[in-house]
Ligand binder design. Sequence first.
Ligand code: PLP
Length: 281
Amino acid sequence: MTRTVYVKGQYLPENEGKISIFDRGFLFADGVYEVTAVVGGHFVDYDLHQERLERSLRELSMGWPCSKDDLKTMHLELVKRNNLAEGWVYMQITRGAADRDFKFPKDAKPSLVAFTQAKELVDNPDAVKGVSVITVPDIRWARRDIKTVMLLAPVLGKQAAAEKGAFEAWMVEDGKVTEGTSSNAYIVKNGKVITRELSNAILAGCTRRALFRLMAENGIELEERAFTPEEALQADEAFLTSASNFVMPIVEIDGKRIGGGQPGPVARQLRALFLEEARKQ
Ligand code: PLP
């Protein structure tokens, strides 16, 4: 089925969606994005993603391409036109098209594009078995708190993982895990969930934020601090979170099984709590 995509104010068949070769997203990765999950035809944590988008735009002094209401209407319209029951909406805003020059262009209008991707997120077989991760050096820039389309380091990390048959790569800096290439990283020890505190070193995951609330409501203990890959190998459980994976149990790190090679009880409980919440939205 041909998808309907959104390109700078127009809904078009996917093969007709075109963007200028002068677009600064293409030339400089001068753009930001969000991926919002859809379950049962409804968005999961839409407002959290919009809040983060607003921050990303502000941090880069980038303008809005349209009003927030129009952005929401566009999201809803894409879900409707594509009959999307489960999957996600990807949206990207760049600083627009202008003659190639590093400094901000004076008159360029921000470009907004978006598309849907159908995917089974709830009944994901990976979540039943658990997934494996490898560790790689974190070679990204210093503002990982901004969700930019500058994703070459994550591309290389994910490729290295794929070549080893792993699902994700955990990035390591100064001996500590920062996060996954497209997910936040967690371990569980004696029932306590441990994950790195927010800073410019990681992206503030919307799933992470939503999960923290569920953990507090359900009396699950949380410690925000960095951990080493060695500590992760000694942990009872590990898992990752992202908008498209929700809570994904990890059963192997760098080829070594953790938690007996089975998804752990805390990760399973958190996934169940998250899914319950997602279905309600
Ligand atoms: N960290 C990075 C580097 C990411 O790219 C992502 C998502 O793409 C996340 C964490 C998880 O964020 P979210 O839960 O908002 O999807």
